[in-house]
Design a protein around this ligand. Structure first.
Ligand code: NAD
Length: 358
């Protein structure tokens, strides 16, 4: 892919020590030779080992909740492109403690927008014309679907968890900075991602790790909640296409067209583990229904026609292929899982039962 980023561009990635941000940073470094400024507060879900040492990678340990530090970091990065992924991202944690979600996702986005607007307004004309602010968001802002229909770019917002409400608020701020101040923004809303390096509290790594350690595999509620799964590298393909080629003011929905119930996902993981590890009984025997998530959205599904037609994006992985790669990665990287879990204190305990049940 040729683009202006290949030259001497400076890219500010926020949240680049997280699961998706790390993948974005690796791709920018390996494919474009860009100078990447990785602004991250380095929270419990962060890990820089997926990126490793690289002369063009500069880590800025900053909390977006701190307006002054955010301004200073944007000044230091002096970016041509901002890809904003930093956010508190786990719905269950937002149920237990919503405050940090508002501080990071809402106030943090506000501080970043203010700092970036000041930077953009002072850029020389040529750099100002090509500057872009890409806000990375979720399909969860659209609420919950019935058994039919899809989310698209025109779906009204209807967030229903503290996490999705904080992301919806950040989306509205980004749109407002475009319409009011003319900031050249691009926004993308993606479905559930999975793949290597995902912090072990999310559904797919939880199931793999519980199964590998012979523990009960939790399935929330009746297991019939539906998600549209996308392999993380396919999401990052779409993000890079959008960041480089989308028109300012555009937004795109991204999804894998892989609708599966949680029960189907958990069973698919068990089947893959059965094929790889010999044991007397199937791993599926360990699946155990547990109390449902509070306010659990029933179904998400994305119509990604617009990004396919306008930017030529298509996922490269089927769910079967992506899931097999993911399962193999976790089997081969148990030391990493143990290390990040030990650092953060997360030992596979149930999250999201609410502040009273912690
Ligand atoms: P993650 O939790 O793995 O990583 C988020 C990173 O952001 C962490 O390194 C964290 O330290 C950093 N961060 C959080 N608050 C910050 C703050 N106040 N200041 C600076 N850094 C901060 O999350 P992820 O799964 O990689 O998601 C990245 C983005 O993509 C998020 O904005 C999320 O809403 C969005 N998204 C995620 C998914 C998914 O399935 N994971 C799907 C669609 C969209």
């Amino acid at each position: 892919m040729t683009s202006w980023v290949a030259a001497d561009a400076r890219v500010l990635v926020t949240g680049g020590a997280g699961f998706i941000g790390g993948c974005v940073v690796r791709r920018l470094l390996s494919e474009f030779g860009a100078r990447v400024f990785n602004l991250d507060k380095l929270n419990y879900a962060s890990d820089l080992s997926s990126i490793g040492e690289h002369a063009n990678h500069h880590v800025l340990r900053v909390d977006l909740a701190d307006a002054e530090a955010t301004h200073a970091a944007v000044k230091q990065a002096d970016p041509d492109l901002v890809m904003h992924l930093a956010a508190e991202s786990h719905v269950d944690r937002s149920i237990d403690g919503p405050e940090v979600f508002l501080a990071s996702n809402v106030c943090g986005t506000f501080h970043l927008l203010q700092a970036v607007r000041a930077h953009w307004e002072e850029l020389p004309e040529a750099r100002r014309d090509r500057f872009r602010f890409h806000h990375i968001s979720t399909d969860e802002v659209f609420g919950s679907l019935g058994s039919e229909g899809y989310f698209s770019e025109t779906t009204p917002y209807d967030p229903r968890s503290p996490y999705s409400a904080s992301k919806a608020a950040s989306d509205h701020l980004v749109s407002a900075w475009h319409h009011t101040y003319g900031l050249p923004v691009i926004m993308t809303n993606c479905s559930n991602n999975y793949g290597p390096w995902q912090y072990p509290e999310k559904l797919i790594p939880v199931v793999i790790l519980k199964a590998l350690s012979g523990e009960q595999i939790p399935l929330y509620g009746d297991g019939q909640n539906v998600r549209d799964w996308l392999y993380v590298e396919d999401h990052v393909d779409a993000l890079i296409l959008a960041a480089l080629h989308a028109e300012p003011g555009s937004n795109y929905c991204i999804g894998g067209n892989n609708e599966l119930t949680n029960k189907q996902v958990v069973e698919a993981i068990c089947n893959l583990l059965d094929q790889r590890l010999s044991q007397h009984t199937s791993h599926a025997c360990m699946i155990t229904k547990v109390e449902d998530r509070m306010g659990h959205d029933r179904r998400y599904a994305i119509d990604a026609t617009l990004i396919r037609n306008e930017l030529g994006w298509a996922p490269r992985h089927t769910f079967e292929h992506g899931l097999a790669k993911t399962v193999d990665w976790y089997i081969n990287n148990l030391d990493w899982c143990k290390r990040v879990a030990a650092l953060s204190g997360f030992q596979g305990q149930r999250l999201g039962l609410g502040p009273d049940k912690r």
